[in-house]
Design a protein around this ligand. Structure first.
Ligand code: TXA
Ligand code: MG
Length: 336
């Protein structure tokens, strides 16, 4: 590490603004099988051409991701997928698909029977595929310019915290991507809600900002099958939902379950008014607004992880609305 170096770093030149020219360049990189960091409303994605198995393979090696963990396919609108669903002649599936598509563009991922043209590498050999229509305007432009679907996991090294700024992507994967298109700070800040469409009712595989309540209202019913952090994961419905995930390097504990040791520098991520003093405190929302907490949480964990603190502590919240997703991520992030 060169401490005195204050000029632009290599990764600075990787981050480009979303000018029409850069959108075009991003599409060219993607067309030629390269990796591009893209902004979405949830977290930044590490995108490749979903039809190209060689390009898809690069994602797994760049992230250090197990090949058994399938990727989400991002498309510019629901129509192409709907056309295929219609062709399957399963009325329940079309009905459920249309219901799910009413949340698009937006932070909902839908697992449906596998569609043709998507290679095994994307689905990890499963007979289903995860689809999402993102709402971030920059990524919508990139998808339109490409004219093909993009496979994109969160743009972090496997098991680390998901990125919510272009800088986070460049910091973690700068030497792996052709460019990172800057779309500002992600609005939602947590990965999309994932549901699998099933004949009786959809099944929640990963909580997100589209809440269980909103899904229940839309579909009439919802099965909830999110594996807890202490459960074994032999038959994982969403293989990425590992007990330990999203973890910082430093020890992270819930503030309510923590007693400081003399001389320890504690970094405290508070959701509202801090309950205690600490060496450093990050207040995510003055009035404890959970949407704001979600938006800022991952950036705060990263910043705290890079700070001079010895140990990190974080608040808990009610598991209603987006609170369920916040607590889901934190239970996987805290040190066992
Ligand atoms: O918000 C998001 O979903 C972000 C942005 C970039 O779109 N992407 C994201 O991707 O979080 P990733 O790869 O970090 O998480 C995708 C999750 C994993 O848990 C994976 O196991 C699950 O989706 N998944 C993908 N395909 C699946 C399938 N066919 N069946 C069940 N789960 C699937
Ligand atoms: Mg991820």
């Amino acid at each position: 590490m060169i401490d005195c170096f204050s000029g632009p770093t290599m990764s600075d030149s990787l981050i480009v603004d979303a000018s029409p020219n850069n959108i075009q360049r991003a599409a060219e990189h993607l067309r030629s099988g390269e990796l591009v960091g893209i902004p979405t409303e949830t977290v930044y994605g590490l995108a490749v051409d979903a039809r190209n198995p060689d390009a898809v393979a690069k994602i797994f090696s760049a992230k250090g991701r197990p090949a058994t963990n399938p990727l989400i396919v991002h498309v510019s609108d629901a129509d192409a997928i709907r056309h295929w669903v219609e062709g399957r002649d399963e009325p329940w599936l079309l009905r459920a698909f249309n219901q799910a598509a009413s949340f698009w563009p937006g932070p909902l991922t839908v697992v449906i029977p596998r569609i043709p043209g998507i290679p095994n590498a994307v689905t990890a050999g499963q007979d289903t595929v995860a689809i999402r229509v993102p709402s971030h305007p920059v990524t919508r432009l990139i998808l339109q310019e490409c004219g093909f679907p993009l496979a994109a996991p969160s743009a972090n090294v496997s098991n680390y915290v998901s990125p919510t700024t272009a800088r986070h992507v460049a910091d973690g994967l700068g030497d792996q991507v052709a460019m990172v298109v800057d779309g500002g700070h992600c609005d939602v800040g947590l990965e999309s809600t994932i549901i699998r469409l099933e004949e009786s009712r959809p099944r929640l595989l990963r909580p997100g900002s589209v809440s269980a309540g909103a899904l229940r209202e839309a579909f009439g019913d919802l099965a909830v099958e999110v594996s807890g952090p202490t459960e074994t994961t032999t038959a994982m419905p969403a293989p990425g939902m590992l007990p330990k995930h999203y973890s910082p390097q430093k020890t992270l504990r819930f503030a309510t379950q923590f007693t400081a040791v003399e001389g320890q520098r504690v970094g405290y991520i508070a959701f509202g008014k801090p309950m205690m003093s600490a060496h450093r405190v990050w207040v995510l929302s003055d009035d404890g607004d959970l949407d704001e907490v979600a938006r800022k949480l991952f950036a705060a964990i990263r910043e705290a992880d890079e700070s001079d603190c010895d140990v990190l502590i974080v608040d808990k919240c009610d598991q209603t609305g987006v609170g369920a997703a916040i607590m889901d991520r934190l239970r996987r992030a805290v040190t066992p």
